[in-house]
Ligand binder design. Sequence first.
Ligand code: RFL
Ligand code: PHB
Length: 393
Amino acid sequence: MRTQVAIIGAGPSGLLLGQLLHKAGIDNIILERQTPDYVLGRIRAGILEQGTVDLLHEAGVGHRVAAEGIVHHSIELVFAGERHPIDVHGLTGGKVVTAYGQTEMTRDLMEARTAEGLPTVYQAANVSLHDFDGQRPLVRYEKDGQTHEIECDFIAGCDGFHGVSRASVKGAITEYEKVYPFGWLGILSDVPPVSPHAIVYANSERGFALCSMRSMTRSRYYVQVPLDDQVEDWSDERFWDELKRRLDPDLASRIITGPSIEKSIAPLRSFVGEPMRFGRLFLAGDAAHIVPPTGAKGLNLAASDVKYLSTALVEHYGEKSDAGIDTYSQRALRRIWKAERFSWWMTSLMHRFPDSAGFGQRVQEAELDYLAHSRALSTSLAENYVGLPFELH
Ligand code: RFL
Ligand code: PHB
């Protein structure tokens, strides 16, 4: 088989890249290790920046997010038992974020890909990348016991944190990592969200909590838990009780509880691998970087990498210029590091750290108080939350 761009991974990065390249007349094949149902079953992100929504429109799949996505104009911080709204819309000159599940975005992209007859190989096993240092890269994989090869011009490694793409260039990457001493326990439940107009981030003596949503009838809530907690330790009843104890009394009294339809624990990590280009191999999304979910940036960063990468490839094929390809890594990393900084900052501000009971705790309280009363710091939070602008030419 031969294609122009072989894409590894059918998560949001790979699917969005495939769609944008196809719109520009560039052939691509996606290789995915899992089944479509497995990919769609992974409950992850829920908040889209405007730039991400715009990209979905560019990729021709914006109709459902436009109809069903729920626009948020503000977020709320809870600390010392009180709520403090941050008017994100007002502080950014009218920008907003949209609540729309990663699963829905993935479904829209998968359906568009199927409708247009574009090739995706699911359950592709033992994918390996070859010769990307030269002019004729090759991707090998196994399917139903047979080995297949794809010759291509470029390989896009969109295969997430545990994928094969970054592993293929291990010796050539500088890694920066920070692991946090806690995780998030998240549940999804078919109950109306307690705060349908603003995402709530709560810092309490008992730890962090987050109130989010997928729709007017589906809620997503999280609580900070120790790293060694197991999901089995957390009955639904224990979860709801703990969530309420971390909110202010008014919100807590208005939480509507119900059975969980998904429950999982995710560790928190910051990670960047540099560079993101190795000859004719590019890394994008979680394959190259991870942020803790506190700033809602992971999926949005994946989208901005794909914006830069698709623009670079379109220039390569259309204008015969490699300027975008040559600057992809630097350009993407400038935006990534700003989102890393923001996510680290939000994480530091909102969680209880087991090892900083004294001075660190007091400084955190002072910063929250400062934030609640400072237009300058609130504006900084707001402009990062809605997403920093893409670097255009
Ligand atoms: P993904 O989604 O991990 O997709 C990678 C795909 O590659 C496949 N794959 C392979 N395919 C072929 N061969 C191999 N050897 C392969 N190895 C892996 C995988 O099966 C998969 O289908 O990466 P992508 O596309 O870069 O997308 C990134 C986002 O998924 C991620 O950044 C966000 O979900 C992170 N994240 C959040 N981001 C936000 O912006 N806001 C959030 O609220 C938010 N919450 C979360 C999150 C991530 C979580 N994780 C990782 C558990 C909550 C959780 C719980
Ligand atoms: C979510 O809805 O899953 C969500 C929202 C905001 C975050 C993280 C996760 O910061």
